[in-house]
Design a protein around this ligand. Structure first.
Ligand code: PEP
Ligand code: MN
Length: 338
């Protein structure tokens, strides 16, 4: 349910409505937009009735939200959400490049990657220390030691860390090293993890499951938001279809759909979508053109030697070429790359 206030509604009217909502046992979510002030109401959907709110002073309209997700919906929060990480805002109109290796492998690898990203003025480094591999025999990551290496390299160059957390049990430990928790595609519906991240005090990069609908991605975001953490960055990383020419099928159309349905920022992962570095530049440019808020990109100083996902990782020369092309396109769109 949403209460839309008329333009003359006073602060007293708004506070009165908030108390009324709380007295009925529901939760108010106030959103003060440039044009309208609204209050979203959450609680047991079946028992909330419009009649309770229609007559409240200052209320222009009471709307029922039919979508199963509420807090993540644009109806509840018409303005775009900006997720701030170490003074860099994701979702505020700039195109954010989060980049780094698939896995943290060594100090040297992170040093080289962090130095390159810093040289280009980027603000984030990604790297997995706990890897969700399809095979138990594949490299599983360096664990906590990998997080130490990543944090050290990031701090040296003033970069924010984005790294994956695999289980609810690890949230506190990973939180000591990371600035953004990444939830991988395989964990999009790990509800215990989502709930744990709901009470964490750091942003979450939530990847779409390879067999998940957009609505399910938003419902997973809703789990985190319900716990009180609304700093979520959604990520489209390709879904599984009958096509085998690419690792996954990038659903570029998810960008405008999510922009319409939700206020949360949405970024694209060209690397896991395509699975082959040759295709990564084209879809990175497509992400920018489609209105995504950024990309998360795998790079490696020597992709052939990479312990995971080398095939889809750009080497530094190709990374530089891509960034220059992105800058040209961004210039034409009047968007800054950060
Ligand atoms: C990753 O980012 O390295 C990763 C494992 O991604 P995904 O969860 O999208 O497969
Ligand atoms: Mn990877």
């Amino acid at each position: 349910m949403i209460l839309v206030f008329n333009n003359d509604a006073s602060e007293k009217d708004i506070q009165f409505a908030i108390s009324k909502i709380e007295s009925l046992g529901y939760k108010p979510h106030l959103s003060r937009g440039v044009i309208k002030t609204i209050i979203g109401v959450t609680g047991d959907d079946r028992s909330i009735s419009e009649i309770e709110f229609n007559q409240l002073p200052g209320v222009e309209e009471v709307l029922r939200v039919l979508k199963p997700y509420k807090l993540a919906s644009r109806d509840f929060h018409p303005e775009d959400t900006h997720v701030s990480v170490n003074n860099t805002e994701i979702g505020s109109g700039s195109f954010t490049v989060i980049s780094g290796p698939c896995s943290v492998e060594s100090e040297e690898q992170i040093e080289k990657s962090a130095s390159l990203l810093h040289q280009y003025g980027f603000k984030f480094i990604r790297g997995g220390a706990f890897k969700p591999r399809s095979s138990p025999y594949s490299f599983q990551g360096l664990g906590e030691n990998g997080l130490k290496i990543l944090k050290k390299g990031a701090q040296k160059y003033g970069l924010a860390v984005v790294t994956e957390v695999l289980s609810a049990h690890d949230v506190d430990m990973v939180g000591e090293y990371t600035d953004v928790f990444q939830v991988g595609a395989r964990n999009m519906q790990n509800f215990a993890l989502l709930k744990a991240l709901g009470t964490a005090h750091k942003p979450v990069l939530l990847k779409r499951g390879m067999m998940a609908k957009i609505e399910e991605l938003l419902l997973s975001g809703e789990y985190i938001m319900k716990g009180g953490n609304s700093r979520i960055i959604l990520c489209e990383r390709g879904i599984r279809t009958f096509e085998t020419a690419t690792r996954n099928t990038l659903d570029i159309g998810a960008v405008p759909v999510i922009k319409r349905w939700s206020h949360l920022p949405i970024i694209i992962d060209p690397s896991h979508s395509m699975g082959d570095w040759h295709y990564v530049p084209a879809v990175s440019l497509a992400a920018l053109a489609a209105g995504a808020d950024g990309i998360i990109l795998e790079i490696h100083p020597d992709p052939i030697q990479a312990k995971s996902d080398g095939k889809q990782s750009l080497n530094f020369d190709n990374f530089k070429i891509l960034i220059n092309r992105l800058k040209t396109l961004a210039g034409a769109m009047n968007i800054t790359i950060q």
